[in-house]
Design a protein around this ligand. Structure first.
Ligand SMILES: Nc1nc2c(ncn2[C@@H]2O[C@H](COP(=O)(O)OP(=O)(O)OP(=O)(O)O)[C@@H](O)[C@H]2O)c(=O)[nH]1
Ligand SMILES: [Mg+2]
Length: 235
């Protein structure tokens, strides 16, 4: 297995310093080939940090952009750079919302049933959410419920989760069709996958709130993004 991790990171230097060794350790323990592509934004020294770390970890790399891309565009930029040898693409937040030591569950799911996409779910049996404010939890819950109703299916319990492992060939087919600028990218690509009949398996994850850095989630922009996504489905 060759996993390419594509991780958008906007001013996440303090988090990258912790996440990078943890993720590399998890990938080593799983005995997979890998690369890590950070899609960097901001000027907080993240690029310099990764430059330094690259000396010890040749699988590490980054793309730096001066102007903000939004998560959707950051992902498309990173996906376009995935190593031709990669057969799976991992996505996760850079802020330690997602635990690298739980990557094992994703890889085991591939080894067991070989789905096209493995989604890390906060709401699947065994999933845990630590310290999320009530408001955010309700909005995230309602978003998944609403999208499932709109789709008329109920296959994914966490449509907005960013912790995922995609079969590379499926991702390459789906992501060029996405148009989302921001966080609505997460449900958009799953909607395409569901429509196309690709197989999706969920594994439970432990979601922990960020300790360092600030949230990039803009409620107004996100609401508009979701509205755009849903209007495209309805009309
Ligand atoms: N390159 C890039 N990365 C981004 C951008 N916006 C968000 N990100 C990253 O995308 C991931 C998800 O964004 P977060 O701000 O953590 O959103 P969230 O998880 O809903 O909010 P938190 O409660 O703060 O964790 C993080 O790794 C961010 O650094 C962007 O415009 N460009
Ligand atoms: Mg986050």
């Amino acid at each position: 297995m060759f996993i390419s991790a594509v991780i958008p990171a906007y001013d996440e230097c303090e988090n990258l310093e912790v996440l990078t060794p943890q993720l590399i350790k998890a990938l080593h323990e799983l005995d997979v080939d890998y690369e890590i592509i950070y899609v960097l934004q901001g000027n907080d020294g993240s690029a310099e940090l990764i430059e330094r770390m690259k000396n010890d970890h040749p699988g590490l790399g980054y793309i730096a952009h001066p102007s903000p891309l939004g998560v959707g565009r950051a992902f498309r930029t990173g996906f376009a750079e995935v190593d031709p040898r990669a057969d799976h693409v991992l996505t996760m937040d850079a802020d330690l919302n997602h635990r690298p030591d739980e990557l094992e569950r994703f890889v085991r799911a591939v080894q067991t049933s070989d789905p096209d996409i493995v989604v890390g779910s906060r709401r699947a049996p065994g999933g845990v959410i630590v310290d999320m404010p009530h408001f955010k939890r309700v909005v995230s819950d309602l978003t998944t419920k609403f999208l499932n109703i709109t789709l008329g299916r109920n296959v994914v319990t966490d449509m907005t989760s960013g912790y995922r492992l995609y079969r590379r060939s499926v991702l390459d087919e789906l992501y060029p069709r996405t148009r989302s600028r921001d966080f609505e990218f997460y449900p958009e690509i799953l909607m395409f996958a569901i429509e196309q009949g690709y197989t999706i398996t969920e594994v439970p994850i432990t979601f922990t709130m960020r300790v360092h850095g600030r949230s990039k989630l803009n409620w107004g922009a996100s609401a508009k993004g979701y509205a755009r996504l849903l209007s495209r489905r309805v009309f």
